[in-house]
Design a protein around this ligand. Structure first.
Ligand code: SF4
Length: 119
């Protein structure tokens, strides 16, 4: 049995998941979304990646970034390596793509800040 807290909504249901021969039994969830979250978390966990990268601009030497969708959890360390050497040389708006199709996932790394607000 594995215990987990559903993070799909603020209610935060505490769930228990039994996995036997590929069949998952979920209890403690108040709705079907919790069951779906629990099964995905066991079989194929996904996460949104968030971090910061350097810029060439002294007024804003680091900017926050994130993936524009969830990626497989096992890719997170590879994404950290991919962004390690990045230095932003152009001003970006919120949502502008920094890396397209990161690791072939069809997910992009995007800016989460409008740099024009700082200059
Ligand atoms: S199981 Fe449903 S009600 Fe409970 S935290 Fe998850 S989404 Fe919210």
């Amino acid at each position: 049995m594995k215990k987990m807290i559903c993070i799909v909504c603020p209610k935060g249901c505490e769930m228990q998941v039994d996995v036997n021969d590929g069949i998952s039994v979920v209890t403690g969830n108040a709705c079907i979304r919790g069951k779906e979250f629990a099964i995905n978390e066991i079989l194929h966990p996904m996460r949104t990646f968030q971090s910061t990268v350097k810029t060439i601009f002294p007024e804003l030497p680091m900017i926050p970034i994130k993936t524009d969708d969830v990626v497989p959890k096992e890719y997170l360390f590879q994404i950290i390596e991919e962004i390690a050497g990045i230095e932003i040389k152009d001003k970006l708006k919120c949502g502008d793509i920094i890396i397209q199709n990161i690791l072939g996932t069809s997910v992009n790394i995007v800016s989460t800040v409008d740099m024009y607000l700082y200059f």
